[in-house]
Design a protein around this ligand. Structure first.
Ligand code: CYT
Length: 397
């Protein structure tokens, strides 16, 4: 039985058709579909996209909805980590409430799946994980939420963190995180052996923050690729940020991108200004799966971000100096199909049988939508309308 028919939408910019939805999935695609008494929505000739995928953020620590906090921290990663760990307690940040606020903002912007890194450290223990896990349960029918157990303050340099990581994974964290094995943890072999051992023990994928620049990051990449091959984890390992791949040595980086593709390691880039970034088109052409994300937003690291993955596609395209429509569409693809691949989301897409995780936006072409960032007219999760005209239909408080 059909539950909903969305009329006159253009899937990925193609010719206008109707979409029928039944039991949370796309049941039919074609012109003038019968409603058979089901609800109907008029798409008005707008674009139809699969749900946007937020594949890298930090839901546990956004300050959304709280008082403004003046950022006075030095720009080094070490300073940000230490400042944040201290200030979270001072501010009384509540990971369950804060993550709920960002999830609702994401829904309003058309995101239907989120991968969030969540801090695990010896100061707060599993509090962040428990808060975001509560949010994951609360919004389970409107958002796919993956939790990465993330040793933000380091693992080898803070005794007791490994045990907490293990416990978070035992309690249902979905992904094993890691962070700068050399630059923050001062023990690349120790750090990566623990990360890969935890992944094998719990049967979970890996997503490692790698801010390490240049030679240092290239060195760490070698260790990650080696372990990915040895453990047979192709398609299960993501390296986030990967700034080293922006290094100005095209022969070397070209070879490394090919090695990353061959190992089945995936990449996440937010397209930040001011730091080198992995070359998107070269990486995609090498066959690497890319995803993107908002990263930390309105938090103690930086004041920016609005959880809009359409805007993220624009930032990613702009940062990679893309101006041709076909290339800008590839940046959008990273924020839809790329994220779904990295997160291993089943039945994602716009084919019959896929989950009806959908976004309707104005735009003559996909590139125009990336450029103009229209309000999301309709957002559906598993066939249910969860946002309309830019407003989420679920609440945070
Ligand atoms: N970009 C980042 C945000 C939060 N934590 C990190 O380690 N990195």
């Amino acid at each position: 039985m059909t539950d909903l028919v969305i009329r006159n939408v253009r899937p990925l910019g193609k010719a206008a058709i109707d979409i029928a939805i039944a039991e949370g999935r796309i049941a039919a695609i074609g012109p003038n579909l019968p409603a058979n008494g089901a609800a109907e929505e008029d798409g008005g000739g707008a674009l139809l996209l699969p749900g946007l995928i937020e594949a890298h953020t930090h839901l546990d620590k956004t300050l959304l909805g709280m008082d403004w906090v003046e950022n006075r921290v030095a720009s080094s990663i070490r300073s940000k980590i230490d400042n944040e760990r201290e200030m979270k307690g001072v501010l009384g940040l509540d990971p369950a409430l804060q993550s709920a606020r960002q999830v609702v903002m994401s829904i309003a912007r058309g995101t239907t799946a989120i991968r969030s890194h969540v801090d695990i450290d010896t100061t707060y223990g599993l509090a962040g994980f428990e808060g975001v896990a509560a949010t994951r349960a609360r919004y389970a029918d409107v958002m796919d939420l993956q939790i990465v157990a993330f040793p933000q303050s380091g693992m080898m340099i803070r005794k007791g963190t490994i045990e907490l990581m293990d416990e978070a994974l035992r309690q249902g964290a979905d992904v094993v995180g890691g962070l700068d094995p050399c630059a923050i943890d001062f023990d690349p072999k120790g750090h990566l052996d623990v990360v890969f051992d935890l992944a094998v023990k719990h049967g979970k994928p890996i997503d490692i923050h790698l801010h390490e620049p240049g030679e240092l990051g290239v060195f760490t990449f070698g260790l990650i690729l080696e372990r990915t091959r040895v453990h047979g984890l192709a398609g299960k390992v993501t390296v986030s940020h990967a700034f080293a791949l922006g290094m100005n040595d095209y022969l070397r980086i070209g070879q490394l991108l090919d090695d990353i593709a061959a190992a089945g390691v995936m990449l996440m880039s937010t397209g930040p200004a001011g730091v080198p970034v992995p070359p998107l088109i070269r990486g995609l052409d090498a066959g690497i799966a890319f995803c993107s994300g908002t990263d930390g937003m309105r938090d103690l690291w930086n004041p920016y971000g609005n959880a809009d993955m359409l805007q993220r596609a624009q930032i990613l395209a702009d940062r990679n100096y893309l101006s041709r429509d076909v290339e800008i569409e590839r940046a959008l693809d990273v924020c839809t199909f790329g994220g779904a691949k990295v997160m291993d989301l089943p039945d994602y897409g716009l084919e019959i049988g896929d989950f009806a995780d959908l976004v309707v936006v104005e735009g003559r072409t996909l590139t125009e939508a990336v450029v103009t960032l229209p309000e999301r007219k309709l957002v559906l999760k598993r066939g249910r309308i969860v946002a309309r005209d830019g407003e989420a239909l679920v609440e945070a408080a």
